[in-house]
Ligand binder design. Structure first.
Ligand SMILES: Cc1ncc(COP(=O)(O)O)c(C=O)c1O
Length: 474
């Protein structure tokens, strides 16, 4: 069965109009699961539009779960988008866009470009969220809501579960007494800064480096000392002698994506001992590692108890859960609890209890395995496409990234990264530059997030990037 489509002569773009017509036909049952769509070439010829327009509309419907496109087999209507619109991470999305390769609704003004590929970073693929397991865990947690306040360090079961999971998976040395459950890594940075850093304390940070951590330190009166990053991670010899603390992302440097080498980790700890620094280790993006084995965290290598280890569930489950944690010695945990008790008392009981259950029952490990399987080919594809841009002389040597949900594309020196971002936006590709990550670093670059985009869309986006860079080169 097929439906009549028309090309909108009104204010909407052709792709917006076709997208809406097909989606509505599925929603109201005129097209049902298993119906085959005409090949894009045929439909384009019938409608008198470019084949790429139809292909982009199909790609979007596939990405949003309405269609299933298997190479060579045709494009079929699915049983409907996966029921993830109620899952964390979707709250701010319009219902029809819950499956999220595309960030915004189709435009209402004819000159606003549709968003075809979303290369944003910072969140995992919401379609992977383990809805069924999570629902079961939340139901169990809701049955046992305690009447009063809980422990400011977090729910005892969750502290225990995190301690054993982080020891098993990362080699972090921890018992539950060493764990503080936080509202994401961001609260950890905030609590650490307000508890351990005097006003005017000097914090050495990677440049480029994670802007939100930097802001948390600054908010508590810290002075920032930008330290350059090379292909082995932070250049630790450049940490100034007056530093009091250092903040690093060794597993997947934000934004370059490099893993801090073993030698550099040891050098960092030696420098920290020499200068008596507090080391804040942000071990985000460590769970999805594709190429080799993870290196030991600083927390494990350290013999002097100077590391405050920060983890998050934002990159694995969803940033909307607001769950992260600190691992450090029990005395520091007590001091953090004293601060925490006047900030928000404790993390919400139900999400903590549900997460403890999810980890303890093996649902979290299952979820990570599934995520790795999903992201690994995307990571490899992006690495290959970035290398080909370099091989064609369009960009410098790619930064090696073995883990996480994004890779960085450094642009030729002097390239206006914001201009590239804007030109790509006009082509329907949403991408971020690393401008906000830099303090002094002069490193024009784009962040190629691959959590939200399927391989076919990544190829489309990288082709658009290649075109724009070729045009700019002239
Ligand atoms: C470097 C880095 N650390 C930590 C986080 C996680 O932050 P949170 O746990 O507050 O969501 C992010 C998220 O984007 C990040 O990029």
């Amino acid at each position: 069965m097929w439906i009549d489509l028309f090309v909108d002569g009104g204010t909407r773009s052709t792709s917006a109009s076709l997208f809406t017509q097909i989606r509505d036909a599925i929603a109201d049952g005129r097209l049902t699961a298993g119906d085959r769509l005409p090949p894009s070439r045929t439909l384009a010829a019938e409608l008198g539009v470019a084949r790429s327009t139809v292909a982009a509309v199909y790609a979007r419907l596939v990405a949003e779960g309405f269609l299933d496109g298997r190479a060579g087999n045709g494009t079929f209507v699915t049983a409907g988008p996966e029921p993830s619109s109620g899952a964390p991470g979707h709250a701010s999305r319009p219902a029809t866009h819950s499956n999220a390769t595309f960030v915004s609704p189709m435009p209402t003004e004819h000159d606003a470009p549709p968003v075809l590929v979303d290369l944003s970073t910072g969140r995992p693929d919401p379609r992977l969220f383990p809805v069924v397991d999570w629902r079961r865990c939340v139901t169990a947690a809701a049955a046992g809501v305690p009447p009063g306040y809980g422990d400011p360090a977090g729910l005892p079961e969750l502290r225990r579960t995190i301690a054993s999971w982080v020891s098993r998976s990362r080699g972090v040395i921890a018992t539950s007494a060493h764990v503080l459950v936080t509202s994401g890594a961001q609260q950890a940075f905030d609590l650490v800064a307000s508890t351990f850093l005097a006003r005017g304390a000097v914090v050495a940070i990677e440049d480029p480096g994670y802007p939100q951590a930097r802001r948390a330190f600054e908010r508590h009166g810290a002075r920032l000392a930008p330290v350059p990053v090379d292909h082995d991670g932070m250049v630790v010899d450049a940490i100034p002698r007056d530093a009091d603390a250092v903040y690093v992302t060794p597993s997947h440097q934000s934004p370059t994506g490099v893993t801090m080498s073993g030698a550099r980790r040891r050098a960092l700890l030696a420098r920290a001992a020499e200068l008596d620094l507090l080391v804040i280790e942000d071990d985000y993006d460590t769970e999805f590692r594709y190429v080799d084995r993870p290196l030991e965290p600083l927390q494990r290598l350290d013999r002097s108890g100077r590391v405050v280890y920060v983890g998050t569930f934002s990159k694995t489950l969803s940033p909307s859960l607001r769950l992260g944690f600190v691992v450090t010695d029990a005395a520091r945990i007590d001091r953090l609890c004293a601060t925490r008790s006047v900030v928000d008392a404790q993390p919400p009981h139900i999400t903590q209890a549900a997460l403890a259950e999810l980890i303890a029952r093996g649902g979290f490990d299952r979820h990570l395995r599934r995520g790795r399987r999903r992201y690994q080919p995307r990571h490899a594809l992006v690495a290959r496409l970035l290398q080909s841009l370099h091989d064609d002389g369009l960009v410098p040597v790619p930064w090696r990234s073995n883990a996480g949900l994004h890779s960085m594309l450094e642009l030729a020196p002097g390239t206006d990264a914001e201009l590239v971002v804007e030109r790509l936006r006009r082509r329907g590709v949403v991408v971020q530059s690393t401008g906000d990550w830099s303090i002094e670093a002069d490193l024009p670059a784009l962040l190629i997030g691959f959590a939200l985009a399927e391989p076919a869309h990544l190829e489309l986006a990288l082709t658009a990037i290649r075109d724009e860079l070729s045009l700019l080169r002239g």
